[in-house]
Design a protein around this ligand. Structure first.
Ligand SMILES: O=P(O)(O)OC[C@H]1O[C@H](O[C@H]2O[C@H](CO)[C@@H](O)[C@H](O)[C@H]2O)[C@H](O)[C@@H](O)[C@@H]1O
Length: 282
């Protein structure tokens, strides 16, 4: 089935038409985990689907810009994505830590402000809190330098555990000026003030962008969806893509319900990017 046939909303059809009519001012925004990289139990083993680099390498020269907007550190997403030095991706940007970091392919360098002191305080207190809460084996903390993510995917009953941890982690985060970002079997304690909507808005303004496609899979992507929606209300075409889970867990309803089309995980996203490049080269 072609892209147009998969779109279920009028706004999405308008978004695709706008993108095809004016590709050089279009921006393609993509989340990383669950969208470009299949979900795996160990975050350090996540890698982009093998079709991602060729698909983006073909698409990027045809559109205004491609940007990856992720909760990962920017350099981690660039490395796990296989983006460093990839042909066709010489102008790729990765906005990491929900926009607090930026990696540009051209310089292969990351720019970021230093993390606020609350991160170090949370790092110091988190192990004792998790012990007090009696978390089961399989629970683990990913230290991302400017944020700490508590994962439950490898624990028994991961969703119930997430609920159990939510209140105490929220209190710890607030005590040190951080916020809790919930995700798929993860609670992330991170500095406030930036989210994927703010990050995307800044990038679009910098590029004087027209049409926007954004693809995501998790709650952290809702802010970027809201930004595309706000632009649509102001007359800019936009296309919202949900990368549906292929891991057996239910889709994130808040995202799937608002998407113009739902595809089957990173493999479906690759097909979409390939299809778009094909439409733009016809
Ligand atoms: O904004 P994203 O690119 O989607 O990153 C959000 C978080 O993704 C990672 O966790 C998720 O993927 C893991 C690897 O597949 C999986 O094990 C975990 O259950 C998912 O929640 C990452 O580890 C976090 O640091 C990111 O914030």
């Amino acid at each position: 089935m072609g892209i147009a046939e998969q779109i279920t909303t009028q706004a999405g059809r308008t978004g695709l038409a706008g993108l095809l009519a004016d590709p050089k001012s279009a921006v393609v925004g993509l989340d990383f985990d669950g969208t470009l990289a299949p979900i795996v139990a160990d975050p350090e083993r996540a890698r982009a689907h093998p079709g991602v680099v060729p698909a983006l390498g073909a698409l990027a020269p045809l559109v205004g810009a491609v940007v990856v907007v992720t909760g990962r550190p920017a350099a981690t997403a660039a490395a796990y994505g296989g983006f460093v030095g990839a042909p066709g991706l010489e102008h790729l940007t990765v906005l990491g830590h929900y926009g607090a970091e930026r990696w540009d392919a051209r310089s292969n360098a990351v720019t970021a402000a230093p993390p606020p002191p609350g991160v170090a305080a949370v790092r110091a207190e988190l192990p004792a809190l998790l012990r007090e809460l009696g978390v089961p084996e399989g629970t683990f903390t990913e230290d991302k330098e400017r944020a700490l993510a508590v994962h439950t995917r490898r624990a028994p009953e991961p969703d119930a555990l997430l609920e159990h941890l939510r209140g105490p982690l929220d209190a710890l985060a607030r005590r040190h000026g951080l916020v809790v970002e919930p995700g798929r079997m993860v609670l992330e304690l991170r500095p406030p003030g930036v989210d994927k909507g703010v990050a995307l808005r800044g990038f679009l303004a910098e590029r004087d962008a027209g049409p926007v496609l954004f693809a995501g899979d998790d709650l952290g992507d809702l802010a970027a969806y809201a930004e595309v929606d706000a632009r649509r209300a102001a007359g800019h075409p936009g296309l919202l893509v949900c990368s549906g889970p292929v891991t057996g867990e239910p889709p994130v309803a808040e995202l799937a319900d608002r998407a113009d089309l739902v595809v089957a995980g990173p493999a479906g996203v690759v097909d979409l990017l390939d299809g778009l490049a094909e439409l733009l080269t016809r």
